[in-house]
Design a protein around this ligand. Structure first.
Ligand code: NI
Length: 173
């Protein structure tokens, strides 16, 4: 069990496209444990391996209030079942302090391997559907702000970088 550090925007490593997980190894199982620890500690409801600089197609999500029902998805793929959006507000552990409402399909079919490398398919709706699409974007080197207008994206970038500089300078005092 270990906490991993989370890459923050605009770190170029967040743009890496993750590779398929080819086999069940101790390294992969340890990474999953560490991702869960890191996600719960942050705290966050979802984490992609890309965010901890491990470029393997692994996602962890937990939407439960008790924080004891994780979804662990390995090599996930999705099929859109409904283009309508619930207009849910999204934030990201790699861009802390910001959130935006995005248009994302609200019903998807997810196919993935479980932690035991068993293949599963299930329908996801609402927040879970949004969360899976957000984390899948990370595995493809994409951030939620990429879906925004360039004006809005630049606004967030400027504010985020400025906020970080202030934070860093106050820490060094
Ligand atoms: Ni994120």
């Amino acid at each position: 069990m270990a906490l991993l550090s989370i890459l923050e925007y605009p770190d170029p490593r967040l743009r890496t496209v993750a590779s398929e997980v080819l086999s069940d190894t101790v390294v992969i199982q340890t990474l999953i444990d560490d991702m869960l620890d890191t996600m719960y500690a942050a705290p966050g409801i979802g984490l992609a391996a890309t965010q901890v600089n491990r470029h393997q197609r692994i996602i962890t999500i937990d939407l439960s209030e008790e924080r004891n029902s994780p979804h662990i998805l390995i090599n996930p793929t999705i099929k859109i079942l409904n283009q309508e959006s619930d207009n849910i507000s999204e934030g990201c552990l790699s861009i802390p302090g910001f959130s935006e409402i995005l248009h994302r399909p609200n019903r998807i079919l997810v196919t993935s391997l479980t932690r035991n490398f068993t293949q599963i398919s299930f329908e996801a709706t609402g927040l879970l559907a949004v969360c899976i699409q957000h984390e899948l974007d990370h595995l493809n080197g994409k951030l939620y702000i990429d879906h925004l207008s360039s004006i809005k994206r630049n606004e967030i970038k400027t504010e985020f970088v400025k906020a970080h500089k202030l934070q860093n300078s106050s820490q060094s005092l």
